[in-house]
Design a protein around this ligand. Sequence first.
Ligand code: NDP
Length: 452
Amino acid sequence: MTSRPDPKTSLDLLRSEIERRNPAEPEFHQAAREVLDTLAPVLAARPEYAEPGLVARLVEPERQILFRVPWQDDQGRVHVNRGFRIEYNSALGPYKGGLRFHPSVNLGIIKFLGFEQIFKNALTGLGIGGGKGGSDFDPQGRSDSEVMRFCQSFMTELHRHIGEYTDVPAGDIGVGAREIGYLFGQYRRITNRWEGGVLTGKSAGWGGSLIRPEATGYGNVLFAEAMLRERGEDLEGQTAVVSGSGNVAIYTIQKLTALGANPVTCSDSGGYVVDEKGIDLELLRRIKEVERGRVSDYAERRGASARFVPDGRVWDVPADVALPSATQNELNAADAATLVRNGVKAVSEGANMPTTPEAVDLLQQAGVAFGPGKAANAGGVAVSALEMTQNAARTSWKADQVEDELARIMTDIHTTCAETAERYGAPGDYVTGANIAGFERVADAMLAQGVI
Ligand code: NDP
């Protein structure tokens, strides 16, 4: 009889295999490593999960779709972008995950996001599988007509692969209500179906859910507060640093203010703003959502309390709580050391994988409460799933009802992560708790459904 390698050895082998078979995809390697590194205790405790092939199937997307997206700009010039949809895992429900339009998008980035999404969606408990998509199209500086033509061309291919029971995209970086509108319009035109549940993040007047725009930011703040409460504190009176100035950052700032904290920063790829009086959300929203401007415009118009620091590190600003809400790997080990030196108590990820592995280690070793994006930013996809529920029932819920449900889901996710971490001998380690709890739900469904 040949003996099976112990779980840690087989996970290490799988890690090497992933790197060999998916070359030049560093973000995907990072996301896979971060999960695999925490699974040894659960594979040891639950032998059924050590079944050969279970984890190997989990790290391989069920389907990867790559396509050409040609479109014409306002001068009639033709551009050719690349479109992606990674349908990662549908054991728990239809693939679900956003679309990202950003020039940095490539296969490895979409795979890392899709992989993370599997566990995040499982944590919501709402019956949604994991997927992600997007394009290397850069919407910045493009007119509405150009964005519309791009979205129409993108959907002309994507429509073959999605559907309310198959795959349900939503927004992400560079994809907000405007883009979802153009994408839905083209889907409806091509298919001749008013299929509300095929996309989430729709506007409230035609099938969208109230609180969906707010959900990711609100949910992350609720998660940060739940972590602080474990330590006998709350957000009242705490200074917060927030990065980004898009959908997630804006509603993070709004909820922080509502709970009595003082969010003093926001940022974009040009630099950050620090505002001693606290960010004026109305001004920021006007600049970002109406004028599609930059955070430097905010500093110019806000007056003496605010200054713009071009190319600076937002994490240099002293704070009690940090909520990275822009993009992957935006908070590195040096930033984490600065935050710790300045007395940070909690870091909660609004963005996906914004904290590098070295920075996560450093924060956890310093005793900082750390909320991984899989758990902390799951409020967005949770309310997307509630949008699908409302579409299926041809109804729309009141804002209070959606917000209560969001709060309940975030509390459940926090409790699940904390209890799972405790059960596997890592109390207070939300990374281990989120990975194992998400994994158990997906693995149970995969085992029940056979080798497919
Ligand atoms: P938006 O496009 O609305 O905003 C993104 C913000 O991040 C902008 O301020 C942008 O600045 C900044 N940013 C993006 N890329 C970079 C970069 N490479 N360097 C510096 N700044 C950058 O996106 P969202 O707010 O929707 O998403 C933010 C993060 O949250 C992403 O990681 C996303 O995956 C994650 N997330 C989003 C959810 C949602 O519901 N929207 C759900 C869960 C997670 P600039 O304009 O200069 O590019």
